[in-house]
Design a protein around this ligand. Structure first.
Ligand SMILES: NC(=O)C1=CN([C@@H]2O[C@H](COP(=O)(O)OP(=O)(O)OC[C@H]3O[C@@H](n4cnc5c(N)ncnc54)[C@H](O)[C@@H]3O)[C@@H](O)[C@H]2O)C=CC1
Ligand SMILES: O=C(O)CCC(=O)C(=O)O
Length: 450
């Protein structure tokens, strides 16, 4: 394990105060321990040292004018982590919490996730510390245009292809794409998650949540069970959460919760998805307003969260799907889930469980599906969008859905088989990290010292 300390010390020196990034790196390195023990060539080629250092990091000023004529300034990022397996690929996050550490952890995770899909995709991530909440449509458009005024010179359909993430949906992607096209005078497949009018793919919007539910079902089928009849806690109320809830219903499960930064909504009979969608689509809708239509539901405000935890994970369930944001499920929460009989945690978000929470779940021999496996359906369908753009075709929903299911099944199988090969059957965290790492590391060695 000493090489882990050496790498972590190096990172703390070269990239100070990047706690989320250290967390993501350490988790991967711990999983790789059994592989690296026997593979001197990875050491000789300094594979780990190269993998933890992004190929390129771009930071830029974004100036835009708000509706009152006041100039606003934000900080933009694009971290081009690895182009070993294909163009840099990964979303853009617009959220006030965005900083260098968050974008780097997301980029690092993305590299391994994309490798695990088996598709020709490198990894990157970007975003800005811009808060879309409360902004008018015109302000959002001006911000996206200002952001693209710098980003356009770094991206391209075979170099770097961004997409959405928190705070970036098809509206923002539309404005970003429009400005790119204006600047370069080409209709390129340079960003994914586009609307159908702009050359997007059917099912890209749904893909992360659908893929997450498919992954859970493959994992449970391998245990001779399935989603049918299972009570599920889902956190978040955005793209990933809503489509996870939708697919869980279609596969026979009962999703009973959702959440946002105001608190948790719990409806033991099952969340009314139409009602939730209506609330979230209105600019002044609050989760709590759900109670006016469903008197048996409960709302737990964030002020009533338990110490060091989140009320949502203290509710009874068979399965838990954290689908909001990083570190939203703590050690305290993991203990509560296990005490309440939860059988599996499936990460829809990126790194939603803290390291200690993950350890708790794995040590209790419960199933754990890491985000880089379970939420890879989104980026995989982005690759399907790129393939359609490059060949100027449009595939039907059924075609895309079949491909998505195959890709999720492949990710599950690769993770499961690698875990068994390294004598930790069922440890999908270890399996996913090793399977992604091997593909990437071998390609890096083949490409020489670059
Ligand atoms: N959109 C996509 O295709 C993919 C998204 N992801 C990950 O899934 C997660 C959710 O992303 P989306 O649903 O796309 O974003 P979104 O913007 O549609 O929804 C985010 C949800 O998380 C909640 N949230 C965000 N920050 C929070 C905080 N600090 N505390 C409590 N709640 C918070 C928001 O209220 C919202 O309900 C993120 O971790 C993202 O990186 C992962 C793979 C692909
Ligand atoms: O679709 C994409 O390119 C990226 C999706 C994403 O940001 C993620 O997988 O976390």
């Amino acid at each position: 394990m000493t090489y882990i300390h050496t790498i972590m010390e190096r990172l703390q020196h070269s990239s100070p105060a990047q706690t989320e990034f250290y967390q993501a790196v350490e988790e991967v390195l711990q999983s790789l321990d059994p592989l690296l023990e026997n593979y001197d060539r990875y050491h000789r080629h300094a594979i780990i040292e190269r993998m933890v250092e992004p190929e390129r990091q771009i930071m830029f000023r974004v100036c835009w004018m708000d509706d009152d004529g006041q100039v606003q300034v934000n900080k933009g990022y694009r971290v081009e982590f690895s182009s070993t397996l294909g163009p840099y690929k990964g979303g853009l996050r617009f959220h006030p919490s965005v900083n260098g550490s968050i974008i780097k952890f997301l980029g690092f995770e993305q590299v391994f996730k994309n490798a695990l899909t088996g598709l020709p995709l490198g990894g990157g991530k970007g975003g800005a510390n811009f808060n879309p909440k409360g902004k008018s449509d015109a302000e959002i458009m001006r911000f996206c245009q200002a952001f693209m005024n710098e980003l356009y010179r770094h991206i391209g359909p075979t170099t770097d292809v961004p997409a959405g993430d928190i705070g970036v949906g098809s509206r923002e992607v539309g404005y970003l794409f429009g400005q790119y096209k204006k600047l370069v005078n080409r209709f390129d497949g340079v960003i994914t998650g586009k609307s159908l009018n702009n050359g997007g793919s059917l099912l890209r919007t749904e893909a992360t949540g659908y893929g997450c539910a498919y992954f859970a079902n493959y994992m449970l089928e391998d245990q001779k069970t399935g989603l049918d009849g299972k009570t599920c806690l889902v956190s978040g109320a955005g793209n990933v959460a809503l489509h996870t809830i939708e697919k869980l219903y279609q596969l026979g499960a009962i999703p009973v919760s959702c959440s946002d930064s105001s608190g948790t909504l719990y409806h033991a009979d099952g969340i009314d998805l139409d009602c939730l969608r209506q609330l979230k689509s209105s600019s002044d809708g609050h989760l709590q307003d759900y109670l006016s239509e469903h008197s048996k539901a409960r709302f737990i405000a964030k002020e009533d969260n338990p110490k060091d935890g989140h009320a949502i994970w203290h509710l009874p369930c068979d399965l838990a799907f954290p689908c909001a944001t990083q570190n939203e499920l703590t050690e305290t929460d993991a203990k509560a889930l296990l005490d309440n009989g939860c059988q599996a945690v499936i990460e829809g978000a990126n790194m939603p469980c803290t390291s200690k929470a993950v350890q708790q779940i794995i040590q209790a021999k419960k199933l754990f599906a890491p985000g880089k496996a379970a939420n890879a359906g989104g980026v995989a369908t982005s690759q399907l969008e790129m393939a359609q753009n490059a060949s100027m075709q449009r595939w039907s929903s059924d075609e895309v859905d079949e491909k998505l299911k195959d890709i999720m099944c492949g990710i599950y199988t690769r993770s499961h088989e690698a875990a068994a090969e390294f004598n930790q059957p069922g440890n999908l965290l270890l399996g996913a990290n090793i399977a992604g790492f091997r593909r990437l590391a071998d390609a890096m060695i083949e490409q020489g010292v670059v």
